[in-house]
Design a protein around this ligand. Sequence first.
Ligand code: BEZ
Length: 229
Amino acid sequence: MIDLLEPQAGESILDLGCGTGDLAAEIAATGARVHGIDADAGMIETARAKHAGSGATFAVADGHAFTLAEPVDKVFSNAALHWMTRPDEVIERVHAALRPGGRFVAEQGAGRNVATLIEGMRTAAAEQGLGDVVLPWYFPSTAEHAGRLERAGFEVRVALYFDRPTPLAPGDTVADWWRMFGPTTLAGFPAEAHDALLRRVDELVKDRQFRDGGWFADYARLRFVAVRR
Ligand code: BEZ
């Protein structure tokens, strides 16, 4: 992703959804002026402490509603946009943050991201009479997202969809993935139902998501480069 960004010394880059700032610091090491924003105050506190000497700056801001004092040359985002569930608002903010000709370079979960994990959760919840599964993510198809970018005034130069099966941490199962990344989904069900629900999810997906002694998540990525017209 950093190769695709092609950071240049002196140019200004916003890292949107920077998390704990590791990529922002890596980009700043090229000599670019990097500012990272994230809606999670704990992440920003960690980013400031961990990367104090990197030259990157960090602030708490919501991707749906941020403004910058000066337009930037590039906006970068990795594995964050799928947590922002009103994409047109985010794209409009990115457009406003870029100078004309500036680039939006990003990767996020794509249309069938974690489709097996979601299907397992839906099937298990239905079997156990728990009702609808509410998801906190935006996983668009390539065409859907490119259309949003074009309507907002971007020219899409790259749009790439690819699968990236990703091993879970040693010892973790798909149930642990749901506990870590889907607490808001689980909160839709009674707490006393969670253990049986997650055990059933593991059973349902094991034939597809367990191999060579370890569990995998079926990640699919959408990577794009768009230029502000
Ligand atoms: C991801 O695709 O990186 C992802 C999606 C949902 C939850 C956690 C990670």
